[in-house]
Design a protein around this ligand. Sequence first.
Ligand code: PLP
Length: 402
Amino acid sequence: MKKRIETEVIHSGYSSDQHHGALAPPIYPTSTFVFPNAETGEQRFAGEQEGYIYSRLGNPTVKMLEERIAVLEGGEKGLAFGSGMAAVSAVLLGLTKTEDHILCSQGVYGCTFGLLQMMEEKYRIHHDLIPMTDPEYIEEHIHPNTKVIFIETPINPTMALVDLEMISQIAAKHKITVVVDNTFSTPYLQRPLEHGCHIVIHSATKYIGGHGDVVAGLVVSDAETINFLASTTQKDIGGIMSPFDAWLLLRGLKTLPIRMDRHCDNAAYINEKLKQHPMVEEVAYPGDPQFRDYMIAEKQMDQPGGLISFKIKGDKKDAQRFINSMKLIKIAVSLGDAETLIQHPATMTHAVVGEESRAKMGITDNMIRISVGLEAKEDIWADLERALELYSNSGMTETETV
Ligand code: PLP
């Protein structure tokens, strides 16, 4: 019987009766696996016998995690990587060759943008970054060599959303693979495969780990795609996950639903408070009925997530000054941790993107991104409010800054 996600995050992929009754999964920190004889080795290499060979090709602790994330995303198989970017690069390099084309949402994680540029420069794998809002406009940018549509939704850091069903329908017409970076949402809030997308990627460093102590990536898709990636770009480029990191993620996943509920509650509260503050010019939060893409969030997300971006009245220096006055909230990139984190996309996560592309993506110098943590929401707001008051009393009047 199909169980609910709150149950699957705890139980799927692991059975204690196969591990001496151990409640918590064992860690197998081994590089290689002993064959009972030469023939077994031959059969395993030939793919004629199940069993482990070498940890770059598969490891029991990592496999438990791969099975669990596949169940959560509703896919056939999962694949674990040493970082989110190892996952993104293995997927994009695996699906394309020279002179192919990738259509990408305008506004992606800075290093994904960097990877697309590198693929263009080194391998002539082309890309276009476009707003994924108007179906006709999207179709105009699809060429015979377009192999992949790559999207983030919500988009980092603008929080703009992409309609997954609309993209899947367009892609099906042109037989294009849709890849979704689901890092911001996690399978607890959004499951792109249910909307017809083909591959889901996570920086598991974020909400899936949830405690800021691991860098990791995950991919989920059908068995054929995962077997292909496992035997090509993962095996030969080698960006694998360590068994200990897989164990941390198996542990982190158990509390994903209760953590996400709290992240979302806290974010909704902070969004309301920010909106009312006179020093805040604009707030972007998918759960706000006034947010441009609210209806898309309603359609495809179970809850709107724990990330907010907002623009304060002022410029880059003002944004930095504001961030510098945080006491409880930590100045750090990354997201999805217990601690509330604040960062300045224009000079941090999206510095690599360049000024012109940032402008197209809607990333301004006064934009701030906050990953709302699990602390008491009143304490998070008290820190932000104090910094906003300090900032508004520091000689800068509202009229001067607008
Ligand atoms: N995708 C998104 C949306 C991200 O925010 C990040 C990292 O911040 C990545 C991918 C890359 O993940 P990692 O840092 O685990 O390589």
